[in-house]
Write a protein that binds this ligand. Structure first.
Ligand code: FES
Length: 103
């Protein structure tokens, strides 16, 4: 059985549409994004050179890294630019105004 559980990590109004915010959970820094009113969570650290993905640009269901524009799918963490690169995606749960992360 998994010992993961949901942790409250933000409220919806803290992350405006088209933006991201980083949160520390355990030993990880995780980027939470609001794309068109839907929320997504990926590892914040870009695997290319370590940029904070929470500062990236959101478009077409992806975040584009703020440093070199590699893309990462908000649902899967996969990159079309470099298929061998990906970041971990996390499950979120919304309850009213609160955002919970499965970790
Ligand atoms: S650091 Fe993210 S694409 Fe280069």
């Amino acid at each position: 059985m998994s010992d993961k559980r949901f942790y409250k990590i933000a409220t919806k109004d803290e992350i405006k549409p088209g933006s991201g915010k980083s949160v520390n959970v355990g030993r990880d820094t995780i980027a939470i994004f609001n794309f068109d009113g839907e929320f997504y969570a990926l590892d914040d650290l870009c695997p290319h050179r370590g940029a904070p993905l929470c500062e990236g640009f959101l478009d077409a269901g992806k975040v584009f890294c703020p440093w070199h524009c590699f893309d990462f799918n908000l649902k899967t963490g996969e990159s079309e630019t470099i298929p061998s690169m990906r970041v971990q995606a996390y499950e979120l749960k919304i309850d009213g105004d609160d955002i919970y992360l499965l970790y």
